[in-house]
Design a protein around this ligand. Structure first.
Ligand SMILES: Cc1ncc(COP(=O)(O)O)c(C=O)c1O
Length: 484
């Protein structure tokens, strides 16, 4: 254990380091040089033979993280739903590391467990669940929440599943997600024993939303073939293009077909906290379960996912186990021990970063931040269109997919990839490429995901793209087409 004086020096340096990072992040390259030799070279001398000074160790790591990571909190990071950490979230994670509450048994950390219960109900209400009906569990992220959804659906639809497994079922269960849905469902299908072939990828319409007719046709075909429709998944804010499936219509299909209805609102669910965007999620309150990630649009440091359900008994039925060694002090208190409620056992106090951020920002503070990012998304669309880029997705959320107007038909994946790589390598901004729609059309993808992003950062991205286009020959092609 380090002595008091060393700890004081360490904490002082830690605070300086964090504050320096937060105030100067916009001066960094957004993406690092991907120089594996340099990174391995820096680690090579660190063989743990000679103990390092604490402050020196901190400086070494902080310096390396400055140099060798994509700065997702950077105002010009237009990336994959990764957050710029909220200040209170950083403080909360530090507190959690210090107090290290154990969230397996309620009686070990009753305050922490009750904070999470309080949050589950507050989020449940925001999504339209009745206050007393909502149950849920904090997860490492959206993937675990989606996996939890599949396991709870299996438990609810097949009472014999928990005890006897899939082998006891008379028909193969399958579930439905749009072709644009998240690939964590494939992993969940594998991990649950269903197998990836049980995932039915349903085609999408021109707006990249699940085609309801395509879904009902597939269900009909599946029933005719003797397999059992288990769950329909609606995605609110697809990863590639921010598309929002027709939640209300899918809820109706699920009710008619007697399947579990899950809404993956990992990113887009935050629209529920902004009055003028709330209607885009209409029908989410009918979901049997919901995935929501606070470590996406609520800017909680990773990882902070949430699984919510309106079935108050289902988590206990899915994950409940009795042991002879876990504390039993909560018996008779009508509380749930978290380890009987989730895939995880020993567990970090995930909810604190969400709780402390919400305490300070309030719902209104978050609504303001989400509104700002949505406005920056609109700004990005306008700037791109004004600069000869063609926006090809429609969504009220700030994720923009686009191609080069001059190369509309001829835009190859290689060309877009080269433009993207060129921007990223410049260190000026970060964006990615994606493939959207059932044909897998290649596009450039930029998402406003940092609450720090301002119109000047949007301009910087578009200027960087314009320069990359010239470097990669797009401009020549454009002038050729203009000449004709
Ligand atoms: C729609 C959607 N669902 C689920 C996930 C998985 O979430 P996580 O990365 O937190 O596990 C993502 C990740 O981006 C996502 O976009």
């Amino acid at each position: 254990m380090l002595n008091e004086q060393t700890r004081e020096e360490l904490w002082r340096r830690l605070i300086e380091t964090v504050e320096n990072y937060l105030t100067k992040i916009d001066t960094a390259r957004v993406a690092p040089e991907l120089d594996i030799e340099k990174i391995r070279g820096a680690l090579a001398g660190r063989d743990f033979a000679t103990p390092a000074n604490a402050v020196e160790a901190l400086d070494f790591v902080a310096d390396a993280m400055w140099r060798f990571q994509v700065h997702t909190g950077h105002p010009r990071y237009f990336g994959l739903f990764n957050p710029a950490s909220a200040t209170m979230g950083i403080a909360a994670d530090a507190l959690v590391a210090a107090f290290n509450p154990q969230l397996a048994a309620w009686s070990h950390s009753p305050f922490a467990a009750e904070v999470e219960r309080h949050l589950v109900r507050a989020f449940g209400q925001k999504f339209g669940y009745g206050r007393s009906a909502a149950d849920g569990a904090f997860t490492t992220g959206g993937s675990e929440a989606n996996h939890t959804a599949l396991l709870t659906a299996l438990t609810r639809m097949f009472p014999e599943f928990g005890e006897h497994g899939l082998r006891a079922l008379t028909a193969q269960p399958v579930f439905y997600v749009s072709s644009q849905g998240h690939h964590s469902f494939l992993k969940a299908a594998r991990a649950s024993g269903l197998g990836a072939a049980a995932v039915r990828e349903i085609p999408v319409d021109d707006d990249l939303r699940m085609d309801v007719g395509g879904l009902t046709d597939r269900i009909e075909r599946d029933r005719a073939e003797g397999v059992r429709p288990l769950m329909i998944v609606a995605t609110v804010g697809t990863t590639s293009a921010g598309a929002i499936d027709p939640v209300d219509e899918l809820a109706e299909v699920a009710a008619r077909e007697g399947t579990w209805f899950h809404v993956d609102a990992a990113w887009g669910g935050a629209a529920a906290f902004v009055p003028e965007l709330r209607a885009t999620l209409g029908g989410i309150e009918k979901a049997d379960s919901i995935t929501f990630d606070a470590h996406k649009w609520l800017s909680a440091p990773m990882g902070a996912g949430l699984y919510l359900t309106r079935h108050s008994e289902i988590l206990k039925r899915t994950f409940g186990v009795a042991t002879g060694y876990m504390p039993r002090d909560a018996a008779g208190l009508e509380v749930a021990d978290p380890f009987t409620h989730s895939i995880q056992w020993s567990r970090r106090f995930i909810g604190l970063k969400v709780f402390m951020s919400l305490l300070v920002a309030g719902w209104d503070g978050y609504a303001e931040a989400i509104r700002h990012q949505t406005a920056m998304g609109d700004c990005l669309r306008r700037r791109l269109q004004g600069s000869g880029w063609d926006v090809v997705n429609r969504t009220p959320l700030p994720v923009v997919c686009f191609v080069d107007l001059a190369l509309r038909e001829g835009a190859t994946a290689e060309y877009l990839d080269a433009v993207c790589k060129s921007v990223v390598a410049s260190g000026e901004a970060w964006l990615s490429i994606a493939r959207i729609g059932d044909g897998g059309r290649p596009v450039l993808r930029a998402c406003v995901t940092s609450y720090r992003t301002e119109a000047s950062d949007v301009d910087a991205l578009v200027e960087s793209l314009d320069r990359a286009r010239i470097r990669e020959g797009g401009r020549n092609v454009r002038s050729r087409s203009e000449a004709i």
